[in-house]
Design a protein around this ligand. Structure first.
Ligand code: AHR
Length: 500
């Protein structure tokens, strides 16, 4: 028996809906086929955007979508993706399989996609191979409401009104694919480029995101923040947020292992790697605290998720992988960690939304499947816009070898706008069910509803068997007074909604 202590009266921080954000890149079959099929496709679409995918994304309340990359962002020239489609420039996607990019999906199509989903937009600008002028004109094109060369061009291209740009990233992974820069060099470029990411409208403050580190690259964050804060501390280092990337890798970058065919030991190896995101977040928080004591700057975990070897027979540059109960667990523990750090973490975008890495949706022609990860997001949406409350769960270490032992349980608890408690718990053990006694301080439980994602650890959905893993109703609980006992099966992610 393990105890879960919850103090509903002690609110810790607000859970931004954006903690459940997504990332879409011109990579493999994410944008083309996965999202955009063109107006002439037989697949039902609105302005070329798949209706089935949009409906599924609306259901999980996707709060924000990042685009166009990733590595692609730093070789993307936005003017190639506007105007009549037949005259749009074609280019080679050098990062991802060397395939032809016809630019038929550009700024207008992305904004339309976000409007159809009903989510905020996060545009990632090009520092690596783009100019300050190009970035500045993109912002002017999207947001300026007066008479100007770029606003006029937007109008000529059929969009009289400006859009609201919610988030803008100044470069991506500029320590790597975004230009192989040193932190000193990037920080100075950041200061310069961001100057021209202007707020043209009083009611549209663009949240500027500085390119941060990869996992444990503490030097990058420290140097970039130091230079950005130098001599002008009152401007918050000229940033609203700084990014962090962290991928769950089971072995190493050369041999990442199969998404479907894995051993018990690899189950624990993957979860060990997933949990280490919290070490990266804590360390980066310490560095941010050093410069931004008031906590004004958000940590933006704008790429996270599992990264396995591609599915056999698929293009290695397309990063297409299947998704099992193991991915559901990675999603569950990661989202719990983001909730627990919601004081500093203001956005997190899983990589990537469709057909790439840890996707919530996979497509094949006109077929679509929802992955186990999708169903976890479907349960966790209850945390969006709620307040994290104080909670603690007892746990023990489980696993097969010392190096790959993980705590058996992970949780986070929030209280939503209606005063309901939203409890999410993940059981990381592959073979042990646990009985949990939740103790709620000063509370009387009035009703409980449960739902769960569980199954044999390799279980996944296929295009011929789409519903092997799905969210199911769950009733293995008993409530009395302020106590709630429930059983959590091995290898599962559980959501309980408690009315108090
Ligand atoms: O998500 C795939 C790639 O991973 C992104 O393009 C890049 O930013 C990261 O290295």
């Amino acid at each position: 028996m393990f105890k879960l202590f919850i103090n509903p009266k002690h609110k810790i921080s607000h859970i931004n809906p954006e903690l459940q954000g997504h990332f879409s890149e011109h990579l493999g079959r994410c944008i083309y086929e996965g999202i955009y099929v063109g107006e002439n496709s037989d697949i039902p679409n609105t302005n070329g955007i798949r209706n089935d995918v949009v409906e599924a994304l609306k259901n999980i309340k996707v709060p924000v979508l990042r685009w166009p990359g990733g590595c692609f962002a730093d070789e993307y020239h936005w003017k190639d993706g506007i105007g009549p489609k037949e005259t749009r420039k074609k280019m080679i996607n050098t990062n991802w399989g060397g395939v032809l990019e016809d630019n038929s999906f550009g700024t207008h199509e992305f904004m339309d996609l976000c409007e159809q989903i009903g989510c905020k937009n996060y545009i990632n600008g090009n520092v690596g191979s783009g100019t300050v002028q190009e970035m500045s004109e993109w912002v002017e094109y999207m947001t300026f409401d007066g008479v100007s060369p770029m606003a006029d061009l937007r109008k000529a291209n059929g969009h009289p009104d400006p859009w609201k740009v919610d988030y803008f990233g100044v470069g991506n992974e500029n320590w790597g694919c975004g230009g192989n820069m040193t932190p000193e060099y990037y920080a100075n470029l950041y200061r310069r480029y961001q100057t021209f990411v202007k707020d043209y409208n009083a009611d549209n403050h663009i949240y500027k995101i500085c390119c941060g580190a990869d996992g444990y690259n503490f030097d990058w964050t420290d140097v970039v923040m130091d230079i950005c804060f130098r001599s002008q501390p009152k401007f918050h280092g000229f940033m609203d947020g700084i990014s962090l990337h962290y991928y769950t890798i089971t072995h190493d970058w050369e041999h990442k292992g199969s998404a479907l065919d894995f051993t018990d030991k690899e189950w624990y190896m993957t979860l060990t790697s997933a949990l280490k995101i919290e070490d990266a977040i804590k360390a980066q928080e310490c560095i941010m605290d050093k410069y931004d004591k008031a906590g004004n700057i958000g940590m933006i975990v704008d790429e996270w998720g599992t990264w396995f070897d591609v599915e056999p027979g698929t293009n290695p540059g397309f990063l297409y992988q299947q998704n099992t109960i193991r991915d559901a667990l990675v999603a569950g523990v990661s989202l719990n960690i983001f909730n627990k750090h919601s004081k500093r973490v203001k956005m997190a975008n899983i990589a990537q939304i469709v057909n790439v890495l840890q996707s919530v949706i996979l497509t094949e022609g006109d077929k679509m499947i929802l992955t186990p990860t999708y169903h976890v997001f479907d349960m966790y949406k209850a945390h969006q816009d709620a307040d994290l409350v104080e909670s603690f769960i007892e746990s023990e270490m489980v696993g097969l070898e010392d190096e790959y032992k993980v705590p058996n349980l992970s949780e986070s608890v929030s209280i939503d706008k209606d005063g309901k408690l939203q409890i999410t718990v993940a059981n990381l053990s592959l073979d042990e069910d646990y009985s949990i006694d939740a103790i709620l301080t000063d509370s009387e439980i009035r009703s409980v509803k449960g739902e769960i994602v569980s199954g044999e650890i390799h279980e996944h959905n296929t295009f011929t068997d789409t519903d092997r893993v799905k969210k199911c109703a769950y009733e293995e609980f008993r409530a009395e007074g302020g106590k709630l006992n429930f059983i959590i099966p091995a290898a599962s992610v559980l959501h309980l909604e408690v009315e108090i």
